[in-house]
Design a protein around this ligand. Structure first.
Ligand code: 4NP
Length: 161
């Protein structure tokens, strides 16, 4: 069974397109491109059509991730099109739960922090790096690399069952 994952943050120019790029690479490395689809969106549409923030693209490309996503606002159809909708923080999580058109749709929404391992056991969200310096972007990429690897393991187990 095909699995579709949607990463969601506020502007869809920093955290969620980075998560999308990281997960795309993990999926390709695992040879699962035809089985797992990945996309990202924002709860705020003010950056629609833009490439990811230049600071995030610079930090990501150094790790081998070429981020080419164009920002878009989440739409109601996404709740039907995706199996797993991953919010970067509590504000996004709550916005997604409010937007979800059904109880089944709410059941698809989860938090990225649920997939953090022991290194980030005290973290409940992926911090917004938009108003931060360079280290903020590096920290977000570290967290997303760990979270995406654990999320992929979970999604792979769903495919098998
Ligand atoms: P993101 O970061 O939600 O990780 O894409 C932000 C991008 C833009 C804004 C806030 C956060 N903004 O206020 O425009």
């Amino acid at each position: 069974m095909k699995q579709r994952i949607l990463f969601v943050c506020l502007g869809n120019i920093c955290r969620s397109p980075a998560a999308e790029g990281i997960m795309r690479r993990l999926v390709a490395d695992a040879g699962l491109e035809g089985v797992i689809e990945v996309d990202s969106a924002g709860t705020y549409g003010g950056h629609a059509g833009e490439l990811p923030d230049a600071r995030m693209r610079r930090a990501a490309v150094k790790r081998g991730y070429d981020l080419r996503h164009r920002s878009r606002r989440i739409a109601e159809e996404d709740f039907a099109a995706f199996d797993c909708i991953v919010a970067m923080d509590d504000t996004n999580y709550e916005a997604l739960c409010r937007m979800a058109p059904s109880r089944e749709a709410i059941g698809k929404v989860c938090r990225m922090a649920e997939f953090f391992g022991p290194a980030y056991a005290d973290r409940t969200y992926v911090p917004d790096p938009y108003y931060e310096g360079h280290e903020g972007f590096e920290r977000v990429l570290d967290m997303l690399q760990e979270g995406c690897a654990n999320l992929l393991a979970e999604v792979r187990s769903r495919i098998r069952s």
